[in-house]
Design a protein around this ligand. Structure first.
Ligand code: PSV
Ligand code: MN
Length: 396
C-alpha cells in the first residue's frame, strides 16, 4: 500500500461515522419468544449509556438513533433532558424515528389508513417528531411505515398511495432548514399481501413528491432474496436521492444479523458503488450510516461493536479499489481484469491501517477486548439484573 492510499484511508476513516440505535440495547426477541438479557437497557438513560460504550471503544459512533414512542414518552418536552443525558455519556441524539405502527389505531395503517382521523393522528405524531428533531439538534427524521394489507382486494392501493403522498408532503412542510426526512421501504412484514412503500422505486417517487428535503433510506434487510442492493444504491446516488442506510445482515428476510456476518462482500460492493461515485464526481456522498439490529442471542453491546468494526474494515477496503484501472477495464469490457479490481481490494489486509487510525484517535486497538476488560458489562448487569430477571421484554 502506498503513502497516498494510506492517507486516503486514514482521512476517510476520520469522516466515517455510524449511528447506533437506542432500541438495539433493549430486550427484544422474535414473535415466538424473548430471551431477556440481564444487562439489557430499559430506560433511555441506560440505552444512551450503552451506546456511549460503543462510541468510547470504537471512536466512530457519536450519535444514537431514537424511537420517539419508546424513548420520548412525553414527546418534545423530553427533548432537552434526553439531549443532556446523551452528552453525559459522550454521544448525541441522531435520527428521530417516529412510531406510527404500534398504537391500536394503526391496525389498518397510518398515513395510508382509510380513516382520515388516523391519518391525521399519524401526521401529528410525525410533526411532533420534527419538533423533537429541531429541539435535539438532530438532522434526520427516519420514516418507516408498517402500512399494508394481508389480503387481495381489501385495501385501495391507489388511494393509499395518494394519502401517503399528501401526508409526506405535509410533513415536509414542517421541516426546518437543514432537516431531512428519510423514507424507508420494506417489501413485507408485518403486512403480507401488500406494503404501501414496498421498494426503492416507491420510496423514491414518494420522496420526490414530498419535497427536496426527502431522500430514500436503504435498510439492507428490506429486500427480496437475491436482489442486487448495490445497483439500487448506484441508481439512488445517480438520482441524488440516497439519504441513508440501516445496516444489518440477513440470510432470509429482515433477520437483523450482525453486519458482514453472512455476506461481507455485499457490503463491500455497496461501499464500492458509493466510493466509485465519489471518485468520479469529486463530490462527497451525504449519507447517514446507521445500524438497525436488535440482538436477542448475542450480547447487545458486543454485537454492536462487532458490526461497527466490521463496517470500518470493509469500508476501508472499498477505498482501495483502483478506480482508474477499473474504469478503463469496464470501457474495454475486460471482464476478468475489471472484476479483479474489486476482488483484489476486497482481499487486502487493512487491519494495520485501522490499528494506526485507532492509535491516532486514542481508541483501543481491539475495541471488543477493551470493552470486555472494562468491567462495564458486569457493573450494569449488577444494576439491571433484578429488573430484567423474569421481566416481559419489549422493544421499549
Ligand atoms: C422495520 O423493520 C425497521 O427496519 C424500521 O427501521 C424500524 O424503525 C426499525 O426496524 C425498528 O423497528
Ligand atoms: Mn430499518
Amino acid at each position: 500500500m502506498n503513502e497516498t492510499q494510506r492517507t486516503l484511508v486514514l482521512e476517510a476513516l476520520d469522516r466515517f461515522e455510524i449511528e447506533v440505535p437506542s432500541w438495539g440495547f433493549a430486550n427484544t426477541g422474535t414473535r415466538f419468544g424473548k430471551f431477556t438479557q440481564l444487562a439489557a437497557a430499559s430506560t433511555i438513560e441506560e440505552k444512551l449509556s450503552d451506546a456511549g460504550q460503543v462510541h468510547r471503544h470504537t471512536g466512530c459512533c457519536p450519535s444514537v438513533a431514537v424511537h420517539v414512542l419508546w424513548d420520548f414518552p412525553n414527546g418534545v418536552s423530553d427533548a432537552n433532558g434526553v439531549g443532556r443525558i446523551a452528552s453525559r455519556y459522550g454521544v448525541r441524539i441522531g435520527s428521530i424515528n417516529p412510531n406510527v405502527f404500534q398504537d391500536q389505531c394503526y391496525k389498518h395503517g397510518s398515513l395510508g389508513n382509510p380513516d382520515p382521523a388516523v391519518r391525521q393522528a399519524a401526521l401529528d405524531h410525525m410533526t411532533g417528531c420534527a419538533r423533537i428533531s429541531a429541539a435535539t439538534g438532530s438532522r434526520d427524521i427516519s420514516l418507516w411505515f408498517a402500512d399494508g394489507s394481508n389480503y387481495p382486494g381489501t385495501q385501495h392501493i391507489r388511494k393509499r398511495r395518494r394519502w401517503f403522498l399528501d401526508g409526506l408532503r405535509a410533513l415536509h412542510g414542517h421541516l426546518g432548514e437543514g432537516q431531512r426526512m428519510l423514507v424507508e421501504y420494506k417489501p413485507f412484514e408485518p403486512a403480507f399481501y401488500h406494503t404501501d412503500i414496498a421498494d426503492w422505486g416507491m420510496a423514491l417517487l414518494l420522496a420526490r413528491g414530498a419535497g427536496e428535503k426527502a431522500k430514500v433510506l436503504v435498510d439492507l434487510g428490506h429486500h427480496y432474496q437475491a436482489q442486487n442492493i448495490e445497483q439500487i444504491v448506484a441508481w439512488l446516488l445517480a438520482e441524488g436521492m440516497l439519504g441513508g442506510f440501516h445496516f444489518n445482515d440477513r440470510r432470509y428476510a429482515d433477520d437483523d444479523l450482525t453486519l458482514g456476518s453472512i455476506d461481507p462482500y455485499q457490503l463491500f460492493r455497496i461501499f464500492h458503488e458509493i466510493r466509485f461515485w465519489e471518485w468520479e464526481t469529486g463530490a462527497r456522498a451525504d449519507i447517514a450510516y446507521m445500524i438497525d439490529q436488535s440482538h436477542n442471542l448475542k450480547g447487545k453491546i458486543e454485537a454492536m461493536i462487532q458490526s461497527v468494526t466490521r463496517a470500518q474494515e470493509i469500508y476501508a477496503k472499498s477505498l482501495l479499489v483502483d478506480h482508474a484501472a477499473l474504469g478503463k477495464h469496464q470501457d474495454a469490457c475486460n471482464l476478468v481484469d475489471a472484476e479483479e479490481c474489486l476482488q483484489e481490494a476486497f482481499a487486502l489486509d487493512v487491519k494495520p491501517l485501522i490499528l494506526e487510525w485507532r492509535r491516532a484517535r486514542g481508541v483501543p486497538e481491539n475495541p471488543l477486548k477493551a470493552f470486555r476488560e472494562s468491567g462495564y458489562l458486569e457493573r450494569v448487569t449488577a444494576d439491571r439484573e433484578a429488573r430484567n430477571r423474569g421481566a416481559v421484554a419489549s422493544y421499549a
